[in-house]
Write a protein that binds this ligand. Structure first.
Ligand code: 6LW
Length: 506
């Protein structure tokens, strides 16, 4: 079976995976986006479907503003034990949660409210030992292990600082496995940028001492001229045939200097064992394509396949699973009518860090297009509705229909840090518009059509300025529909009739 990386494209970092029989389940980080923690399912590790999210209720998580792309839901781990799925995760926002656990017996259904845990730090993981004891492990500057009572969430005994990797900075993302009677300890190190890597050690005793693998780092693309960079934060899994695999994060820079716009994505690599040590990928490297020896039958997903084209006509009473809010959704701003989507702009502009009338989906392809068709006729100056390519409040480009000086106009606005400019302002009297975005390695290009007219180009902006290295922290770009009164609530609603997202083969 040949497969290409990423296996799950767009902002899907810090992947963690478990298996129940023939079914694989995988979760990734979502930061300030809601619903939180997507759950992906596959049976061949290559073809995935999104089957739901862990955090779907305000009672589970209160996402906070203050540092877009850098706070909230970090690095979940998913494990299954005795019929129960466990997802343990950090909410990096100071006051509530910290590390918490949600559980379910059906990953396609609802997950429990959080069980708050007393353990400090980030990147929590769980290990279920053969003797029934369960261990929390995570990183609090350094990596540690602490027995936990999963019924109460309380710590048992004391904290054990175990193996800290091979000396690079930021030992994190730890996972413990028991394989052929040996305890293996997999740790990411080097930081989640170009020096990222994973290292592994083993011991006969859970508490060590741990012997470092002689060919550490077992996973890195450092020094390799490969289009995938910064791989690390891995999780190991075996398949029903007894073959082993690693999922990890990586990014795909646009060019040199290395800047990536899609966020960190989920990659897959085959694993083979030699002398009780894993050989991951191609001598530790993750390639854009692997010729795998897997005998897993090809899986045909039944649900939404991340990375596929989506043509949404907003029929029915549930949003397509690809859609996300920023922060917990504010009732009344974004509503389905059964045949369209209503966007009622609040006073919050795209450039403000606060819950806004914004509904976005991951940009999953470097080359792709997006198009929204809407009925909208702004009545007050400042009312706008549009289509944006969005990293965060300080980094976004958008085409919008608005009213300025008593005149309705189509505008192109670009915000890069403290620079903001309206680069096109075209008078328009229509109230039925199509807004169009073409994405490629070099430019984000915008066009519009009034009523049933032809698309008219209005301008473009460099792709390289909407990248994690320029403006982000841990996330990637989203393509979003939005509305805003820019300082006051809108008096009119934008009715979105359709939205298309189409990948284009590079
Ligand atoms: C995560 C850390 C990391 O907690 O990035 O890639 C942080 N590694 O392990 C946020 O994604």
């Amino acid at each position: 079976m040949k497969f290409r990386n990423p296996i799950i494209s767009g902002m899907n970092p810090d992947p963690s995976i478990c298996r129940v029989g023939e079914d694989f389940y995988l979760v990734t980080s979502t930061f300030e986006y809601f619903p939180g923690i997507p759950i992906y399912h596959s049976r061949d590790l290559v073809h995935w479907e999104m089957i739901g999210h862990c955090l779907t209720r305000n009672s589970q998580v209160k996402l906070v503003t203050g540092a877009p792309n850098c706070l909230n839901i970090y690095a979940p781990t998913i494990r299954w034990h005795n019929g129960v799925f466990y997802v343990i995760v950090t909410c990096v926002n100071g006051d509530n949660h910290g590390n918490f656990l949600v559980t379910t017996t059906d990953p396609t259904g609802t997950w429990s409210d959080p069980l708050e845990l007393p353990f400090p730090g980030i990147d929590p993981s769980l290990f279920f030992d053969d003797d029934g004891k369960v261990y929390y492990h995570g990183t609090d500057q350094n990596v540690y292990l602490w027995e936990v009572d999963l019924k109460t969430g309380s710590a048992i005994g004391e904290r054990h600082w175990i193996w800290q990797g091979t000396g690079a900075n930021n030992p994190e993302g730890p996972h413990i496995y028991k394989i052929n009677g040996m305890y293996y300890f997999l740790v990411a190190q080097g930081g989640t940028e170009l020096c990222h890597m994973s290292v592994i050690a083993r011991s006969k005793s859970l508490y060590g001492p741990y012997e470092s693998c002689p060919h550490n780092p077992v996973l890195t693309n450092i020094g390799r001229s490969l289009p995938i960079k910064a791989i690390g934060h891995a999780d190991l899994i075996d398949d029903p045939m007894g073959n082993w695999w690693a999922v990890c994060l990586g990014n795909r820079p646009l060019g040199y200097p290395f800047r990536h716009n899609l966020g960190r994505e989920t990659m897959l690599a085959p694993v083979r064992w030699e002398n009780g040590w894993p050989i991951i990928g191609e001598n530790g490297a993750v390639l854009p394509e692997f010729e795998s020896t897997s005998e897993l039958p090809e899986y045909k997903p039944k649900g939404y396949v991340p990375g596929s084209a989506v043509h949404d006509r907003f029929c029915g009473d549930a949003l397509h699973p690809s859609w996300n809010y920023i922060y917990n959704p504010v009732p009344g701003l974004i509503t389905l009518t059964g045949s369209s989507l209503h966007l009622l702009g609040n006073a919050v502009s795209l450039s403000e860090d606060a819950p806004k009338t914004w509904l976005g989906r991951r940009q999953e392809h470097i080359t792709c297009t997006a198009q929204m068709t809407m009925q909208f006729s702004p009545k007050e100056d400042g009312e706008e509705a549009g289509l944006t390519i969005y990293m965060n409040p300080g980094h976004h480009y958008e085409i919008a229909y608005t009213r300025m000086g008593g005149q309705n106009v189509v505008i192109l606005r670009r915000r890069i840090g403290s620079l903001q400019a309206i680069e096109a302002k075209i008078p328009c009297a229509a109230n039925h518009l199509t807004l169009y975005l073409a994405c490629n390695r070099e430019r984000y290009a915008f066009s519009y059509a009034a009523d049933e007219g032809d698309l008219i180009p209005v301008g473009s902006g460099e792709t390289s300025y909407l990248t994690t290295e320029v403006g982000g922290c841990f996330t990637g770009n989203f393509i979003a529909m939005y509305a805003s009164g820019n300082g006051k609530n809108c008096t009119v609603t934008a009715e979105v009739i359709s939205f298309n997202y189409d990948p284009i083969a590079e």
